[in-house]
Design a protein around this ligand. Sequence first.
Ligand code: PEP
Ligand code: MN
Length: 360
Amino acid sequence: MTIENLKPIFNLPADHKGPIVIAGPCSAESEEQTLDTARQLAEAGITIFRAGIWKPRTKPGGFEGRGKEALAWLRKVKEATGMQVATEIANRRHLEEALGAGIDAVWIGARTSANPFAVQEIADTLALLPEEKKESITVLVKNPVNPDLELWVGAIERIYGSGVSRIGAIHRGFSTYGKHIYRNQPRWAIPIELNRRIPELPIIFDPSHVGGSRALVATLAQQALDMNFEGLIIESHCNPDKALSDAAQQVTPGELSCIVRALESRNSAATAESLDDLRYKIDRLDDELLELLSKRMEVSREIGLFKRRHNLPVVQTQRYKALMEKRVADGERLDMSADFVRAILAAIHEESVRQQVELK
Ligand code: PEP
Ligand code: MN
């Protein structure tokens, strides 16, 4: 499906500079907390407010959001501050209630975008809206929890198929098993491939859910801007330590303001020239990498012939393990992560095996 003729996801003030910034608490917990946070964010120059109302929790018993009553608080935020307001929806009823309350933008959460039935139900509901609503509503699609680009693209295509045209994606990282620095792994190659596949689609980055810790928000946000993401969605709470959901990753509106002011935009003309030089260097290094790999495959095929002549198996697990361990340690000394070195070596090994198995 070709996705084209998209409209801007948000109408920004004429004097707006820099990336789109959506900010607000993980959850709207009370009228006071919602309005207090919103007022402080508006003072800091934020024009798009987020707050979750229906919260999908991993385990039962967690805070599941205030539901419909909190929609009235978002309406008050709009009236009091003039900000546009956004919330998460997961089904037809959420969408209808949000639209009824005058919500400007909705996002489909990571657990919902992993479920084509749920996304299709939302798309079918959007398709029935009157034309003016279809034109005004913004729908942002978070990546599914699992690193599956096709599922993400599929969810975006379902929403596009409904006839709405203010569509964007949110990159919030991917779940993995075990403890890591990041709560959700950024796997940058996936949103970059999404951008290659659908260049018109704006992608917003969510450093709060990727990092899972307020200490990581600023660095991650800058990295995303360096990679040309269109904007950021950042969780901010008037009293983060007391937040009922995602306390560790929320920042105060004051901190948010500092983070946003410190962000550097990387697209000024002055930097373009040196960037071209650096890209030239990278391209040449990639040429060399490919040549080296092809030489390595040649040797690998010779080994394959030797193994065949001497009736040896193609894969010798002991050697593979020893080689991997040594290279991972070497890689770390050269400032590359163990995961990266492992992935590269596994891919090279897989191709070597394929070439040896297919030897004529
Ligand atoms: C959220 O934005 O608060 C949220 C629940 O996000 P995600 O769907 O990315 O987990
Ligand atoms: Mn959250």
